[in-house]
Design a protein around this ligand. Sequence first.
Ligand SMILES: CC(C)(COP(=O)(O)OP(=O)(O)OC[C@H]1O[C@@H](n2cnc3c(N)ncnc32)[C@H](O)[C@@H]1OP(=O)(O)O)[C@@H](O)C(=O)NCCC(=O)NCCS
Length: 189
Amino acid sequence: MDDQGKLVLETPRLLFRRFTEADAPLLNALHSDPEVMRYISKGVPQSLAEIEEKVLPRWLAYHDEYEHFGFWAAHERATKAFIGWFHLRPFRGDPDEIEVGYRLHRRFWGQGYATEGSRALIEKAFTDWGVEKIVATTLAENAASRRVMEKCGLAYEGPFVYPSKLLPDWTVEERRGVKYGLQRMKASG
Ligand SMILES: CC(C)(COP(=O)(O)OP(=O)(O)OC[C@H]1O[C@@H](n2cnc3c(N)ncnc32)[C@H](O)[C@@H]1OP(=O)(O)O)[C@@H](O)C(=O)NCCC(=O)NCCS
């Protein structure tokens, strides 16, 4: 397909492109770092087979279903290095709300990349894609992720418990998360 891997968005330091089927090993490297996966799977790595057979096909299917939403690979403009990914997708709890998410390689943490990428996507979603509300969730103790949400202008909305279907072997206490949100500013007349 010609539009796979195509450039979607640029920020001062980042490039966003569509994922392709060839990206499974790239994702496997990211999803194998226990520190990266700490608040996602208690550090358990995701296998290449799972990425090839389940994760990537599900992500690629977003582009068939939605014009604007999905998961994108992010690269550093200066080096072209793959830094990780971002998503915008209808929120499971309310598909009218669009959920932003991110996962970056550890060596790229602490440079403002998650904030820069998320802000650019949120701006695009509000101004060009007709999105009315952006939300994000994370486990309550994921302080870095919460900070990114705050820096992007999202405000704390309340507790959020991840469904047991999503995290089958986790206790309710372990699934305790938080939800943040940001409503699009209405143009004043
Ligand atoms: C969450 C994540 C994407 C943040 O990426 P990043 O590029 O480092 O984020 P930014 O640099 O834009 O901002 C991080 C902010 O969190 C702060 N922070 C980092 N670790 C923190 C901690 N343990 N406690 C409190 N604040 C923390 C940073 O100081 C920074 O805030 P500041 O600019 O006010 O100093 C990255 O840590 C990551 O990929 N983690 C693993 C995957 C993950 O947990 N994804 C989110 C799942 S919901």
